[in-house]
Design a protein around this ligand. Structure first.
Ligand SMILES: [Zn+2]
Ligand SMILES: [Zn+2]
Length: 142
């Protein structure tokens, strides 16, 4: 992996934290990351994990997701992409979007602003919650 490219010193702890986030597809919370890392480094403290998460996201090696609701989550995919949040269970998935990748360029040209960022979030029910709601509704009807 070409992640040690930066000046940032990669301690074993930091590297393990980064690897666990990169491996996870579920946009884990800090607590979840702590659980995962603890399996690899049993003695690690929560404070160490939190501190390293701050450093890693500050260096742009992981993305900190601000999704209202729930705890802060982290994403190993630092490419620009969008998320959908389940308002029932808090699950977060990547959202496949089409045609918005060059939105900043497009709107920058139109507004004459220099656009430095944007946020786009989706909310809804994940497949599991959608089914649960559907089942509950059909039981209720009987
Ligand atoms: Zn859900
Ligand atoms: Zn993501």
């Amino acid at each position: 992996m070409a992640i040690v490219d930066k000046k940032l010193r990669m301690t074993k702890q930091r590297r393990t934290i980064l690897e666990e986030i990169k491996k996870s597809k579920s946009h884990p919370t800090a607590d979840k990351i702590y659980d995962l890392v603890k399996k690899k480094i049993p003695g690690i403290s929560m404070g160490t994990v939190y501190r390293n998460l701050d450093i890693l996201s500050g260096e742009g090696l992981v993305r900190k997701l601000e999704l209202a609701h729930t705890q802060r989550r982290y994403d190993g995919n630092i490419k620009n992409h969008y998320h959908i949040l389940c308002t029932e269970c808090g699950r977060v998935d990547d959202m496949i979007t089409m045609g918005v990748d060059d939105i900043e360029e497009l709107l920058g040209a139109r507004s004459h602003y220099q656009i430095t960022g944007h946020r786009l979030k989706f909310f809804g029910l994940c497949p599991d919650c959608k089914n649960r709601v559907k089942q509950a509704a059909s039981v209720y009807r009987k």
